[in-house]
Design a protein around this ligand. Sequence first.
Ligand SMILES: Nc1ncnc2c1ncn2[C@@H]1O[C@H](COP(=O)(O)OP(=O)(O)OP(=O)(O)O)[C@@H](O)[C@H]1O
Ligand SMILES: [Mg+2]
Length: 418
Amino acid sequence: MNCGLDFGTSNSTLSLCRERAVTLVPLEGEEITIPSAVFYAVNASDARFGKQAMRLFMEGEEGRFMRSLKRILGTSLMNDGTVVNGKLKRFEDVLGDFIGNMKAAAERHSGVEMTNVVMGRPVHFADNDSKTDSRAQDELQNIAKAVGFKHVAFQYEPIAAAFAHERTLRSEQLALVADIGGGTSDFTVIRLAQNMMDKSDRTDDILGNSGIRIGGNDFDKDLSLSAFMPDFGYGTDYGEKNLPLPAVPFHDMSEWSKINFLYTPKMHKQMRDILPQSHAPEKFSRYIKLLEEGKGHQLLAAVEECKIGLTDHLQMTALLDFVEAGFAVSVARAVFNAAVDKHVRAIVSDIDDCLRQAQVREKDVELIILTGGTTEVPLLKKTVAAKFPQADISEENKLSSVGLGLGYEAIRRFGTAG
Ligand SMILES: Nc1ncnc2c1ncn2[C@@H]1O[C@H](COP(=O)(O)OP(=O)(O)OP(=O)(O)O)[C@@H](O)[C@H]1O
Ligand SMILES: [Mg+2]
């Protein structure tokens, strides 16, 4: 059977094509989206995925937890592999476990083998680096083949989102899709209309594509470094020469895909050696605690929750009892906005690139399709809306439009027989 698979940095979906109908498959219980998280418990032979992985890990079960694996594709970290419960494991195999689990869920649900897949991909996995870009796609393709897909094709994620929205349009519209997820921001300028849906080649309708490796993960990092890490010693000094503590360990503790790489005996020793010379030992010992107790993901999850809370509230307080009894961090939305401002500006400038490429002016755009969880961030939404005051804004199915659109693309590429 043909399917579409949106392997996201934060969340993933899979759509099935039966004849001309495309539907999203329940992947975890009744849920059609599954968090892109994997947990290998010490005393279990098989991996756990999604919300279940997150719950087991956050409840303190011992094992190796991973999120934001998509960010590793194409990078040198892919070659290093990772130690999982004492054994070296290739990232290809970790990713294969996750994608294979999605495939198996779809097969259980439909009773049919998934053979052909259109996978989503960001316009650029990496910025200004075409080698990394093609390596990342090749790696994803090999993983999909290794878990049993016979034919694997790719489509840009924002184009897939456009195809999902096209079904709801009443007239032809010039649209800009802004897909801002966990790992990347991706844009396409595309002509959409219901009567164009069945065209076998849409190349002429796609006027421009652009993308940048900035997403919600980077907003988590910005918020962590500006509002949380200072209470863990970031920016404080040590030693007689009043040197600042090294910044990299704090940066890595704030980046989903890097936390695990901090958990080494060498890093523990390096930080322990600095502690007696720290000028802010109460704060810095909290960092050491995160490191030694492996609580980095738990902290970053609290940061992310705080970020999401700031979408609806002007002020949020994160309770961090797992670090220290009664320890809490309060953040105002204004502080978050200031922390992410440079990234918001880079995203907007990438939209300008997309428009230039498409040779389209801002005022020509009739419809803005906002998709991806990060388009909820008020500063981002407001900035994009202000750029296109004349355009309609569509915000439906933010977490599933890419997966659905990849299903429609699967029909175009592989036919309806499946
Ligand atoms: N209400 C909200 N306010 C702010 N951010 C949010 C909100 N809801 C979700 N997010 C953020 O959106 C991101 C996830 O979005 P999404 O599921 O679209 O990403 P993805 O498709 O997995 O990533 P990508 O497409 O970049 O690979 C996370 O960073 C999450 O914190
Ligand atoms: Mg996405």
